[in-house]
Design a protein around this ligand. Structure first.
Ligand SMILES: [Zn+2]
Length: 86
């Protein structure tokens, strides 16, 4: 399943945004899309700040219509740096 290399909020509110987490590669801040983290309104900035703290790039995008997620839910891409498929 992988894990996210920074603290996530403990929160059970409905997510209002999806934050894509990228690992920079060769100076490209969006080098590798490694995870998506869902967050509620009050935690979006926390997640983004936590990602930047460990030198990852965080980019917020809108939730897709009809998708319901809880704040702090995440998905680590198996092929990414957090996926554990190495
Ligand atoms: Zn929250």
């Amino acid at each position: 399943m992988g894990k996210i290399p920074f603290p996530l909020p403990s929160c059970d509110q409905p997510a209002t945004g999806r934050i894509e987490i990228y690992t920079p590669v060769d100076g490209d801040a969006f080098g590798s899309l490694d995870a998506s983290v869902y967050a509620c309104t009050s935690h979006e900035t926390d997640v983004i700040a936590a990602a930047w703290t460990v030198n990852l790039t965080a980019y917020r995008i809108e939730m897709l219509p009809g998708i319901n997620r809880t704040c702090s839910e995440f998905y680590a891409y198996l092929t990414g740096n957090f996926g554990g498929a190495r």
